[in-house]
Design a binder for this molecule. Structure first.
Ligand SMILES: NC(=O)c1ccc[n+]([C@@H]2O[C@H](COP(=O)([O-])OP(=O)(O)OC[C@H]3O[C@@H](n4cnc5c(N)ncnc54)[C@H](O)[C@@H]3O)[C@@H](O)[C@H]2O)c1
Length: 444
């Protein structure tokens, strides 16, 4: 059994900072408010609903995760957000149209009090929207200072003991790491000199980390995955995680692909397309933002199928991902997958999936779980990339020395074994030899 890791208790209030107060953020906040009044059930949240097996199957120790692990309580959560639009959380949620007015009205007073702080915004990074609620300043360093002051004010005003930040704002355009990102020193210089390669999301992340606040990236663009911010997270002893919430099509993909591979069934092609009509869809209608999403969505299959190891099963696979903005759909995304597979002696077969999902309904519990687990990680003294939270991401961040783990069930096992480790419980290998007397009386 592992030595129990020292975890400071979840005393006092936990503040959740959200860049972006759109569909996902408001569905998340309203959901927490409704759940803590016991009005609705937080379905989809591992921290609130799932049990964890401790010890052998025969021991029958299966507590709820939130009872076994010292997580912040829903009643101790406070919320703050930044957005380029001035709508409060109630107005924004009504416009997003995910939750019904009937449900939103049950927590209207609390939602109306959440007014977005002015945003750091740069039209070069997000093309298809523009709003008035933005900061002004002479340099990116000044923007970072303003965000840091927002964070400190939130902590003071709500009398918080801890905070976490989860990016729920729009997807920025696709970019790759540049020299300015290569070290903390060059990044700071870039902030002062207004480097065009420093995006708004990097400014929020920098400000959060400087304030000792863990940061998770829910979108696919480049933010934390640059050496400068990794260095800052380690130096400040802060957990980071990302990127891109794994909600709909990729969730399905990373469950189906391991099934095909585990049975050694081949794949000739996988065509995934989505139609969606919310503001996220509008932003993704721009080629730059779409490329960020496309790269993130495409990465999983290569790692799961290992085409170099299995060239005759997956070496020729054609993988295509499309996202189409179609306003009548609103937040009700429709995803189609056509999978051309082959079996015994190469005989072809097909799988067709039509997932009619609600994007923000799938994302909201992820925001909650990430916030609570990132806070746990910080109280347990874990700093830098939290790969054990890969379960929640389409393009999981990972150590340089290893490839990312995309298989949903492996990610799930990794998450639970990490929780067991933190609690000083033995990891579960599922070997189970002790229940069978395979070798007669000979001991192993
Ligand atoms: N819902 C899902 O299933 C899902 C899955 C994976 C990732 N995501 C990502 O989560 C993010 C949020 O999705 P959503 O559906 O809530 O989108 P949304 O458009 O409803 O909300 C995003 C909000 O961010 C604001 N914003 C844009 N730039 C900003 C900035 N620089 N600072 C502060 N606010 C800014 C926008 O005004 C908008 O209100 C998107 O990046 C999306 O790609 C969502």
């Amino acid at each position: 059994m592992a030595d129990k890791v020292k975890i400071s208790p979840a005393q006092g209030k936990l503040g959740i900072l959200l860049p972006g107060l759109g569909a996902v953020s408001t569905t998340f906040i309203a959901g927490v408010l409704l759940a803590r009044k016991n009005l609705l059930v937080p379905v989809g949240s591992i921290t609130q609903m799932q049990t964890i097996r401790l010890g052998k199957r025969s021991e029958e120790r299966n507590p709820l995760i939130r009872d076994a692990v010292p997580l912040a309580n829903l009643s101790d959560l406070e919320f703050a957000a930044w957005d380029i639009f001035p709508d409060n959380a109630y107005e924004s949620a009504m416009k997003a149209g995910v939750l019904t007015p009937e449900h939103l009205n049950l927590v209207k007073d609390e939602l109306e009090k959440i007014k977005p702080m002015s945003a750091v915004f740069d039209k070069n990074y997000i093309k298809n929207i523009n709003g008035p609620n933005v900061k002004s300043g002479a340099s990116k360093l000044e923007f970072a200072a303003q965000v840091r002051e927002d964070i400190r004010r939130f902590k003071r005003e709500k009398n918080l003991s801890r905070m976490v930040a989860v990016w729920c704002a729009s997807t920025e355009t696709y970019t790759e790491p540049k020299p300015v990102h290569s070290s903390l020193a060059s990044f700071k210089k870039g902030l002062a000199e207004n480097s065009p390669d420093i995006s708004p999301s990097m400014i929020y992340a920098y400000a959060a980390l400087m304030e000792g606040v863990p940061y998770a990236n829910g979108a696919p663009h480049l933010t934390l995955d640059i050496p400068a911010l990794a260095e800052l997270a380690r130096a400040k002893g802060v957990p980071i995680a990302g990127k891109d919430f794994k909600t709909g099509q990729t969730l399905v993909k990373t469950a189906i692909a391991p099934m095909l591979k585990s049975r050694m069934l081949g794949v000739r092609g996988w065509f995934s397309t989505n139609i969606l009509g919310n503001r996220d869809g509008l932003v993704l209608d721009d080629a730059g933002s779409f490329k960020s999403k496309e790269m993130s969505k495409k990465s999983s299959l290569d790692y799961i199928f290992q085409p170099k190891t299995y060239p005759n099963l997956y070496g020729e696979m054609y993988h295509k991902v499309r996202i189409e903005y179609y306003p009548p759909k609103g937040d009700d995304k429709e995803g189609w997958d056509n999978i051309d597979i082959f079996g015994w002696l190469g005989y072809p077969m097909q799988i067709k999936i039509n997932f009619l999902c609600k994007d923000s309904i799938l994302a909201a519990p992820i925001v909650l779980d990430l916030a609570l687990f990132m806070d746990l990680a910080q109280r347990a003294g874990m700093r830098g990339t939290q790969e054990w939270l890969s379960f929640y991401f389409k393009a999981p961040m990972h150590a340089d020395s290893v490839y990312p783990e995309h298989d949903l069930s492996i990610q799930h096992m990794k998450l639970k074994n990490t929780l067991r480790y933190l609690m000083g419980e033995a990891p579960i290998t599922h070997l189970g030899l002790e229940y069978y007397n395979y070798w007669g009386d000979k001991t192993q």
